[in-house]
Design a protein around this ligand. Structure first.
Ligand SMILES: *Cc1c(COP(=O)(O)O)cnc(C)c1O
Length: 378
């Protein structure tokens, strides 16, 4: 059976930018025919940085080539390198480990909370050694990591705090926006993220002007922006595209409404799914505090059966991540011998994400909820 033919509710929809297509074409023409012929790091990028910075109350926002390189540049700005350890979650996306390894430092994998799937601060504390330089928690799916506890740990042990807030733009915890809990955080603008765009991009957000200045240099080969071809530090190419910046400026005012629609869908799911907990389908913690509904992730004892059940009803879902990070072939050699991550392993077997994007119709949302409920009550 070809399930893709039957899937009429995709997991990530292909029509994300349909409403803005004419604007995109207009901006392409304007950028392409402008007298300045400026395609990277121009006035549009600077405006986007300023608007995000004002909105957040940050010291600086630096647009970068991707969320991944944003993480790398923050770690590099903190001069993390060979001999250093960075404590990262054992469950999450590859850049959490690869950005640390790319700088010659070692990721130390900490187990997660079995329900929220974000890193467990007690596990983090147990892994701190005299080589630990930084903590790098990540917000996961819809839940912000326990940054108050992690910030307290960083303070107590004199460690740097980097916040992988790639999926949490718009989330707020205890009055502080995602990205500003750490000394620096990152956002990703890759297509599927909540402030996604038709291409690659991201940003460093920081409450430390000095980190902002250094990242600004590092994203463009270590030059300081005043004088080209003078290289103060070994840098990268992680520059931002002017056309995308113009498009993001157009999309920014609509972001709060799109995030609100995601949250409302999640509220509805939460009500519908609460009774399924005793039947082996656990919904994520509900609410708005410390939440950002990038994806909506269930924990199901019979995960693959739930995925097939939904697929048979035309509803696509996504099982990520299929392995804990230190179980991945790429990162296994760097895991500390003897460490184990039972909650991350369990999450890899049980997590299933269902659609939660803002332009799902109410009817589609009901259909998804009905299908999950039917499975969970069977
Ligand atoms: C998407 C993502 C990244 C990387 O962002 P890119 O823009 O794809 O490089 C980093 N961390 C997390 C948690 C992500 O979800």
């Amino acid at each position: 059976m070809n399930t893709t033919e039957l899937t009429d509710i995709p997991f990530f929809p292909p029509d994300l930018f349909e409403d803005d297509r004419q604007v995109l074409l207009r901006l392409l023409r304007e950028t392409g025919t402008a007298a300045s012929q400026r395609f990277i790091l121009g006035e549009q990028t600077a405006r986007l940085e300023r608007e995000l910075c004002e909105q957040l109350g940050a010291a600086d926002v630096v647009a970068c080539g991707s969320g991944t390189t944003a993480l790398t540049l923050v770690l590099a700005a903190m001069e993390i390198g060979p001999g250093d350890e960075v404590v990262v979650p054992a469950f999450g996306c590859a850049p959490l480990a690869s950005s640390v390894l790319a700088l010659g430092a070692r990721p130390v994998f900490a187990d997660i909370d079995p329900w929220t799937m974000v890193v467990d601060p007690r596990a983090v504390e147990r892994l701190i050694t005299e080589r630990t330089r930084a903590l790098m928690p990540a917000h996961m799916f819809s839940v912000m990591a326990d940054l108050p506890a992690l910030a307290a740990l960083a303070e107590r042990y004199g460690l740097r705090l980097v916040e992988d807030s790639a999926v949490a733009q718009g989330g707020v915890l205890a009055g502080r926006p995602a990205g500003l809990w750490g000394e620096a955080g990152v956002y990703s603008f890759v297509q599927v993220k909540t402030f996604g765009m038709p291409g690659e991009g991201g940003a460093v957000v920081t409450r430390d002007a000095e980190i902002g200045r250094t990242v600004r240099m590092l994203r463009n080969h270590g030059q300081d922006g005043r004088e080209r071809f003078r290289h103060h530090r070994i840098g990268w190419n992680s520059r931002f595209d002017e056309l995308q910046a113009a498009f993001q400026l157009h999309r920014l005012p609509g972001l709060p409404a799109r995030l609100e629609r995601r949250a409302r869908i999640a509220d509805y799911y939460g009500e519908r799914f609460a009774p399924l907990a005793q039947h082996g389908v656990l919904a994520p913690p509900p609410g708005r505090e410390g939440r950002c509904y990038y994806v909506y992730t269930l924990l199901a004892d019979r995960r693959d059966a739930l995925r097939d059940h939904l697929a048979a009803r035309g509803i696509a879902s996504h099982a990520y991540y299929p392995q804990a990070l230190p179980r991945q072939e790429a990162f296994r050699p760097f895991a500390r011998p003897g460490d184990s991550w039972p909650a991350a392993d369990r999450a890899a077997e049980r997590a299933l994400s269902i659609p939660v994007y803002p332009h799902l119709s109410d009817r589609q949302v009901e259909r998804i909820a009905d299908a999950v409920t039917e499975f969970g009550s069977a």
